[in-house]
Design a protein around this ligand. Structure first.
Ligand SMILES: NC(=O)c1ccc[n+]([C@@H]2O[C@H](COP(=O)([O-])OP(=O)(O)OC[C@H]3O[C@@H](n4cnc5c(N)ncnc54)[C@H](OP(=O)(O)O)[C@@H]3O)[C@@H](O)[C@H]2O)c1
Length: 366
């Protein structure tokens, strides 16, 4: 099944059937999931199973402290192995979700052993020898994998934003993007989710105190305009990532300015996006273009509840767009609201989609 047809199926029919037709002619792959006990790793296993990715053999890895921890893969239960002693020889693809420090140590080992790494950390995203891929936007870039045997997955906030920007850019050339994010705590890993949960309980039971650890201030019943470290110009690294990654994936000439904010939501990132285009783009035409575009669902009724919120998108594949409207303060401007499951399109789903493209175009098993 050609890639274009596959993308349409993602857009129209959702995840339950999307993988089946595409892969049924292939023999299976030997797949490794590194970080299988984490938020993203667990979603990778769910998504590989949901999309019926043709897996012949699967290995699940984590740190030594989780040795033997059980994780689910469909109706199977798998025991995690120690990444530090795992031999990647003979494995086709390794999906990494283990953070930059561990990636630095283990990704080159896997790549050297001939196993292609699809990495979720930020370590390789800006490396000119490593493609940074969102399949709806730049699937062809996958072919640049061979310099390092590594393909990078973008930051969660960038992934959903470029899916939305791509079709509008193709039609009207985006000059500038102003984005403010409302990012859930799962973007900070399982410890981030625990901190919100524990602090929320502590608000109702003030005997226990849960001081901020993963986040810089209390996250329960609060919002924090600070994600990742501060840079010299006053922006944060998370904001810089949205700028640099949008340029690498979509178009280096697009100007992006971002404000990234952590909110007390468990899963699902929201983004308020304003774009300025070279050509005028009417809001109705923009809505129609987005409706027809891969990976996007438009929910845009101008009535109570006629838009998507983070809770609505949990477990889904799509990038949801709502509140599309003209920005009347400039000649060619649009505003919209963009929401997606950060553990899925922002991480695990995008990585599996890359594996699908890579399997189809490079490994061609079967
Ligand atoms: N969450 C998101 O929305 C999102 C989006 C895009 C990218 N990412 C990236 O994805 C990666 C994982 O994020 P996450 O949210 O899944 O984090 P997480 O829930 O904290 O899980 C981290 C995983 O990495 C494993 N790990 C950590 N250090 C390791 C080591 N030295 N050796 C082997 N395994 C090790 C952990 O194993 P143990 O259980 O044994 O500690 C665990 O399985 C990070 O690089 C993150 O930046 C996350």
């Amino acid at each position: 099944m050609p890639w274009g047809c596959y993308m349409t199926r993602v857009n129209l029919s959702g995840h339950k059937t999307a993988g089946r037709d595409r892969m049924e002619d292939h023999m299976g792959y030997r797949i490794v999931v590194a970080g299988a006990t984490g938020n993203v790793g667990r979603e990778m296993l769910n998504i590989l199973h949901e999309r019926e990715f043709p897996v012949d053999e699967i290995a699940v890895l984590a740190s030594r402290r989780s040795l033997g921890t059980e994780v689910s893969f469909g109706d199977r239960t798998l025991k995690t192995q120690d990444l530090a002693t795992f031999d990647f020889t003979g494995w086709d693809i390794a999906l990494f979700a283990i953070g930059s420090d561990a990636t630095k140590e283990f990704a080159p080992k896997a790549a050297k052993a001939g196993c292609v790494v699809i990495d979720n950390s930020s370590l390789y995203r800006y490396d000119p020898d490593v493609p940074l891929v969102v399949p709806e936007v730049n699937a062809d870039a996958v072919m640049g994998y061979s310099k390092k045997n590594i393909i990078a997955n973008p930051n969660c906030s960038t992934a959903q934003m470029v899916v939305a920007l791509k079709p509008l850019h193709d039609r009207a050339r985006i000059k500038r993007v102003v984005v403010s994010t409302y990012q859930s705590v799962s973007g900070a890993g399982k410890e981030g989710m625990d901190e919100l949960w524990d602090q929320t309980k502590a608000v109702y039971n003030p005997v226990t105190e849960v001081p901020p650890k993963k986040f810089q201030k209390q996250i329960a019943f609060n919002v924090i305009p600070h994600i990742d470290v501060f840079l010299e110009d006053g922006s944060t690294k998370e904001e810089w990532k949205m700028v640099a990654e949008t340029k690498k994936i979509l178009d280096k000439s697009i100007k992006v300015t971002a404000t990234c904010v952590r909110v007390p939501v468990f899963v699902g990132h929201g983004e308020s996006i304003n774009i300025e285009t070279e050509e005028f783009l009417d809001e109705d035409e923009a809505r129609d273009i987005l409706r027809e575009s891969p990976g996007i669902m438009v929910v845009d009724k101008r009535e109570d509840g006629g838009y998507v919120t983070p809770i609505d998108c949990v477990g889904d594949y799509a990038t949801f767009i709502s509140r599309i409207r003209q920005d009347s303060t400039i000649d060619n401007g649009l505003n919209f609201w963009c929401v997606s499951d950060n553990l899925r399109k922002g991480a695990a789903l995008n990585a599996v989609q890359i594996a699908e493209v890579f399997g189809q175009r490079v490994l061609k098993k079967g």
